[in-house]
Design a binder for this molecule. Sequence first.
Ligand code: SF4
Length: 422
Amino acid sequence: MSVAKDDSQVRQKEMIAAHYTRLSRCPESGEKNVYTFVPGNLTELLRSFDLLPVLPEINALQSAMRGKSKDYIAAAEKLGHSEDVCTYVKCDLGMMKSGNVGPTGERLPSPDLLLLSYTGCFTFMKWFEILRQEYGCPVAMLHVPYQGDGVVTPAMRDYVVRQLRETVIPMLERISGRRYDEDRLKEMLARSSAAEDDLVAVLESAKRRPSPIDAYFGGVYYIGPIFTAFRGTADAVDYYKLLRAEVEERVRLGQGPVTPEGDLPAERFRVVVEGPPNWTSFRAFWKMFTDEGAVAVASTYTKVGGVYDTGFRHDPARPLETLADYCMGCYTNLSLPSRVDMLVRYVREYQADGLLINSVKSCNSFSAGQLMILREVESRTGRPGGFIESDLVDPRYFSAANIKNRLESYFQMLEQKRAGAA
Ligand code: SF4
């Protein structure tokens, strides 16, 4: 693994660790925190009030990567939550019931506010209903209209902005004890935009051959800061500048992606991946790709907390309107035809050999319609699709032998197709 790559990884790890430590100290420091979700988050707005975001999905996936989700899910099921409930929810509840100790081993504070940015998934609403019962804390809701017709209309934007002005901002003023400061928000949005430019440059570097990055497994690290607690901060700007420089250096040297096994020696297959990763066996799952020389050159999961490669940037000149556009533009808020268009574009622009779908049991937001998506993308691009099934954070649904078999068959098919075309 190159030293330059390590720099951004170390930096990200430090940022995340410092954030969890700061959260754990809230009871003594008096800092207030807001639990909120990744797709459609209002991080800049929260931070403009000096409120600290807590992202329950991130806690769940981090717990899974550290081998803790199995017990948390079991604890939630023991309390009566059905096997069919999204495992992020059960992992989060199990963690809370086990002392609310976060993934880094430090205790998370109870929420001062639950901010529900209702983007793309009804489960979020049920999740916070349960947390409200548990914590008895205030709730603010931002209802984000679904892009059913594939566009954001002025009426949709006005609807979101009105809620921000009339509901969300007054609630944040009450919780924080501070007045809304639009100039401060604008400064944060400008920093978001700078970091977004660098993130897009990193993701689009995968159009090269060999791709210097893996845009799915590696991609989840790259989106970390911008999709979570750091958008709008100077830390995020610095991180993405550093990351971009590292990736540009890999391009200059003609290197492929860094993987947990080291640099990928040769790029044999280029695939676009749809769906979230499995977190309980993340490394083993990634290795199944690297063993075959397969690189993910684009993915939709890296758009779940914001789609930036179509040109959207947070715009400081229109602070509330831009937050509305951001929320409505997140991947799971897009209609199925829009998702198909995006995937077709990725297969073509990134010169992929095919589309691979990881259908996770937990998540209707992603999984509904995936077979239709697969057929449509295959027929429009002429490139073969593959389909595997797993889960987010429930290890009972990661069948390694099964998934490996399916992946091997899929890559063999790509090989045969290539040989037939030659
Ligand atoms: S169903 Fe999917 S989008 Fe909804 S909370 Fe679970 S993981 Fe998130």
